[in-house]
Design a protein around this ligand. Structure first.
Ligand code: CP
Length: 316
């Protein structure tokens, strides 16, 4: 199949075939990073702008590395030091970036739907690098890519997502992606961190961590976002660790080869112990490495689709 979208806004909208196309494209890009000269000319002459309204280490650097490995020019805008501080709107900022002849905007924003709003107001490509609690599609794609690399398939796997499901765009994108590819997903959290009607997304819900781990082929552990606990209803850190953290003791009761993932940043000693984070089952740093190939694939596909659309517009 051919990729036809100029944007990547989320996994909810994508078909199984489109997700598989990104994953197979990423497989072919992965070996570029193993070469002595880690570059291909696929996006030579293109400009990628990283527009980040929220802090980020992995995603921003990974998009920058990915774009540079495709030979694109990269500009990073930290909104703290941009005209956003003077009150410029998202749409105005996007239109100005377009007027500066950029080709792709990679956006992270604290508001759910920000990437979709931007995509409706600019003709250049928009890639969602995380919008509020809504979606973080490239994180889920790199999680799925890593799982497939480790276990050889996605269909039929039991994957448990543990932690702050309610505030997690990573959880939502993983649920869309994994269920479309045929995995069985369980979410596990204290009651107040499980969104109402999450079962309608096709997942099983449990508040028992041992239950979540007992038949899991993989566990994706989410960061506890204590900064969002405005109403002071979250369990305290020690209480959370005692009841939900992934520890060596708990892993002993799980499948021997269970794959342990975390999107980062980790709260060590809160959602998982350091022994697990750095242990034999952890693929956390492999996820980070795979993020480059996945983001190369996404940037390549949206740029190619945009070029095809432009050629059609020119012919018309
Ligand atoms: N996983 C993730 O999105 O990390 P950053 O916030 O560091 O980009």
């Amino acid at each position: 199949m051919a990729w036809t979208r100029k944007d990547l806004l989320g996994l909810e909208d994508l078909s199984r075939e489109e997700i598989e196309l990104i994953l197979t494209t990423a497989e072919s890009f992965k070996q570029v990073s193993t070469r002595e000269i880690k570059k291909v000319p696929a996006l030579r002459g293109k400009t990628v702008v990283n527009l980040f309204y929220e802090p980020s280490t992995r995603t921003r650097v990974s998009f920058e590395v990915a774009a540079k490995r495709l030979s694109a020019d990269v500009i990073n805008i930290a909104t703290e030091t941009s005209s956003v501080k003077k009150g410029e709107t998202l749409v105005d900022t996007g239109r100005n970036i377009e007027a500066l002849k950029a080709d792709i905007i990679v956006i992270r924003h604290n508001a759910s739907g920000a990437a979709a709003v931007l995509s409706r107001h600019v003709n250049i490509s928009v890639v969602n690098a995380g919008d509020g609690w809504h979606e973080h599609p490239t994180q889920a794609l790199l999680d799925i890519f890593t799982l497939k690399e480790k276990l050889g398939k996605i269909s039929g796997l039991n994957v448990s997502i543990v932690g702050d499901i309610a505030h997690s765009r990573v959880a939502r994108s993983n649920i869309w992606g994994l269920t479309k590819l045929g995995a069985k997903v369980t979410v596990c959290a204290p009651k107040m961190l499980i969104p109402v009607a999450i079962e309608q997304m096709g997942v099983r819900v449990t508040e028992n961590i041992d239950d979540a781990l007992s038949c899991a082929d993989a566990v994706n552990v989410l960061r506890m976002q204590f900064e969002r606990d405005e109403e002071n209803v979250f369990p305290k850190q020690l209480e959370y660790f005692k009841n939900f953290a992934i520890t060596e003791e708990r892993l002993k009761k799980a499948k021997k080869n269970i794959v342990v993932m975390h999107p980062g940043p980790i709260n060590r000693g809160v959602e998982m112990s350091s022994e697990v984070a750095d242990g034999a089952n952890s693929v956390i740093l492999e996820q980070v490495t795979n993020g480059i190939a996945v983001r190369m694939a996404v940037l390549f596909l949206v740029a190619q689709a945009k070029d095809k659309l432009k050629n059609h517009e020119d012919i018309d």
